[in-house]
Design a protein around this ligand. Structure first.
Ligand SMILES: Cc1cc2nc3c(=O)[nH]c(=O)nc-3n(C[C@H](O)[C@H](O)[C@H](O)COP(=O)(O)O)c2cc1C
Length: 248
């Protein structure tokens, strides 16, 4: 049975709106027979790597010396067939929680440099690392805001020797509302169906069909409308005629 473990790195934990998308994806995966689990990194204690190098010496046996949840979470990740990294786009990059979690994957790579095909140096791998599914949301409407983060995940996957099996990026995430209140259900509901299809396709094919990937990337509503409605909502909030939890 395919096992997918999602690590949600939103500081909001289970109130993360990225999680709305994760749930639909995992629902699709389960309908194709997968076993799924979600870990909210905000509920865990994960300290940054101090580069003590202990994990790289025989005495450290590949284990991080820090006393927190980092080691157990890495073990949980390694037991999965796919690791779904769910993160809000924060300052054009992955969330600090997601980044700190990935720092703790440092024990998986050998300290020796390895030249590959004359294209640069990468650390050598010591274990099989599950393929990644990346799922991220951001407030800005355009999809290009995810480009820098996508490059980072692809660079990291060359180091870890795993595959980025799927990337699902969703601008216009304000449409998913705050506190679960959504606007434009005519656009959101078909999108949620696409996410369910994506979850099924990963389990069945190990990747997304081109049509699904392309459809997931399309705007939910036109750019001008998103900007106009979002700004109008903020005008009302700032005037005090609308509460923040009623936005959008
Ligand atoms: C500190 C901070 C920085 C953010 N930076 C960006 C950004 O660079 N680009 C963007 O489009 N949205 C940005 N956002 C908005 C979030 O990406 C967006 O609200 C996301 O859907 C939140 O997902 P979550 O509820 O799962 O945490 C930022 C939000 C916060 C709190």
């Amino acid at each position: 049975m395919t096992r997918i473990v999602a690590f949600n790195g939103s500081p909001k934990g289970s109130k993360s709106r990225t999680q709305i998308l994760v749930e639909a994806f995992l629902e699709g995966a389960r309908s194709a027979g997968a076993d799924t689990e979600t870990v909210f990194l905000a509920e865990k204690s994960i300290l940054p790597c101090e580069e003590c190098m202990g994990c790289r010496l025989p005495a450290g046996r590949g284990k991080c010396a820090r006393k927190d949840d980092g080691h157990d979470l890495l073990e949980k990740a390694l037991d999965a067939d796919y690791v779904l990294l769910a993160t809000p786009l924060i300052m054009d990059s992955m969330s600090a929680l997601t980044k700190t979690f990935l720092e703790r994957w440092f024990p998986l790579v050998d300290p020796r440099f390895q030249a590959r095909h004359g294209q640069g140096t990468f650390a050598a791998r010591t274990v099989r690392v599950p393929d990644w599914i990346i799922l991220s949301t951001c407030s800005f409407p355009e999809q290009f805001h995810f480009q820098a983060m996508s490059t980072i995940f692809h660079d990291l996957s060359r180091t870890f020797g795993n595959r980025v099996a799927a990337e699902i990026y969703r601008g216009e995430a304000d449409l998913f509302g705050r506190l679960g209140k959504m606007s434009h259900p005519e656009a959101i509901e078909p999108y949620m169906d696409l996410l369910r299809s994506a979850g099924r396709e990963i389990v069945r094919n190990g990747s997304l069909c081109t049509d699904t990937a392309e459809a997931l990337d399309r705007p939910l509503i036109p750019f001008d409308r998103y900007v106009e409605e979002g700004n109008a909502a903020w005008d009302r909030i700032l005037e005090g005629t609308c509460r923040i939890d009623e936005h959008p």
